[in-house]
Write a protein that binds this ligand. Structure first.
Ligand code: 13P
Length: 250
C-alpha cells in the first residue's frame, strides 16, 4: 500500500518566530490524531529547520532544496547531510521555481537525488509543464522526460524511496487548479511510465502528490482520484487550520 502524504511547502515565507508558531500549531493538531494513513510534512526555509525539528514529533520535516555536492567550497549551498543533521527527513527537489529561476536541470537534479539517497533522506521530486507546453499538447512528453531523465537511472530499491509531486506550473500560485480529471490523467500517465520502467509493484507503491493552488475547498475532489496520493501545498500550508483541513480531505 502506498502512502498518503500532505506536505506544506512554505517557500520563502515566515520569520523564524512565525515559522515556529506555525509548526507548533500543525503539530498540536496532529498530536490529537492524524487522519488515518496520512503523513503530514512541513517544509520551512533552511534557517528554521533546527528550531522547527525540535517541536515536531508527529509531523515530518522537509527542506526545500539541497546542494549537488557533499561539502566544500560551494558558497551559499546547504548539503544533504547538513539537512539530515538539522532534523529533516524529506527534501523537495526540482520545484518549478528552482528549475526556472535558479537553472536547476535534470543533470543537477540527478546529483541532488544521489545526495539525498546517500544521506537517507526522502526526495520529493517535482515535475510539471508550463502553460505553453500544456496548450500546445506537449505536457505528457515534457513530464515524461522530467521523470525519465532523473528517476530512470535509479535502481528499483532507490526509486522506492522517492515521492513524486506533479505540479503543473500554470496552477502554482495562480488560483487556477488543475481539474480533478487533468490531475488524474497526468498521475495515471506518470504511474504508467513508472510501471513500464520499474514494474507493477514499484509503480503501485509510489506516492504521487498533486500541487498547484490546492486548498481545503478543492483537496477532496483532487484526492478522490485513484492515482492522486496527496498534495504538495504552497500558499494554503501557511495557515494551520487550512493545512489541517487539506490533510483531512481524503
Ligand atoms: P500553491 O499551492 O501556492 O499554488 O503552490 C504550490 C507549490 O508550488 C507547492 O510546492
Amino acid at each position: 500500500m502506498r502512502k498518503k502524504i500532505v506536505a506544506g511547502n512554505w517557500k520563502m515565507n515566515t520569520s523564524p518566530q512565525e515559522g515556529l508558531a506555525l509548526a507548533k500549531a500543525v503539530e498540536a493538531k496532529a498530536s490529537h490524531g492524524l487522519p488515518q494513513g496520512v503523513e503530514l510534512v512541513v517544509a520551512p526555509p533552511f534557517t528554521h529547520l533546527s528550531a522547527v525539528a525540535a517541536v515536531l514529533s508527529k509531523v515530518g520535516l522537509s527542506a526545500q532544496n539541497c546542494a549537488t555536492h557533499d561539502s566544500g567550497a560551494y558558497t551559499g549551498e546547504v548539503s544533504a547531510s547538513m539537512l539530515k543533521q538539522a532534523g529533516a527527513g524529506y527534501v523537495i527537489i526540482g520545484h518549478s521555481e528552482r528549475r526556472s529561476y535558479y537553472g536547476e536541470t535534470d543533470q543537477s537534479l540527478s546529483l541532488k537525488m544521489a545526495q539525498l539517497l546517500k544521506n537517507g533522506l526522502t526526495p520529493i521530486f517535482c515535475c510539471g509543464e508550463v502553460l505553453d507546453e500544456r496548450e500546445s499538447g506537449k505536457h505528457f512528453e515534457v513530464v515524461e522526460a522530467q521523470v525519465a531523465n532523473v528517476l530512470f537511472q535509479l535502481s528499483e530499491e532507490d526509486f522506492r524511496k522517492v515521492v513524486i509531486a506533479y505540479e503543473p506550473v500554470w496552477a502554482i500560485g495562480t488560483g487556477r487548479t488543475a481539474s480533478p480529471e487533468q490531475a488524474q490523467e497526468m498521475h495515471a500517465a506518470i504511474r504508467g511510465w513508472l510501471r513500464g520502467h520499474f514494474g507493477d509493484s514499484a509503480a503501485a507503491d509510489c506516492a504521487i502528490l498533486y500541487g498547484g493552488s490546492c486548498k481545503a475547498s478543492n483537496a477532496q475532489e483532487l484526492f478522490a482520484n485513484p492515482d492522486v496520493d496527496g498534495g504538495l501545498i504552497g500558499g494554503a500550508s501557511l495557515n494551520a487550520d487550512e493545512f489541517w483541513a487539506i490533510a483531512n480531505s481524503f
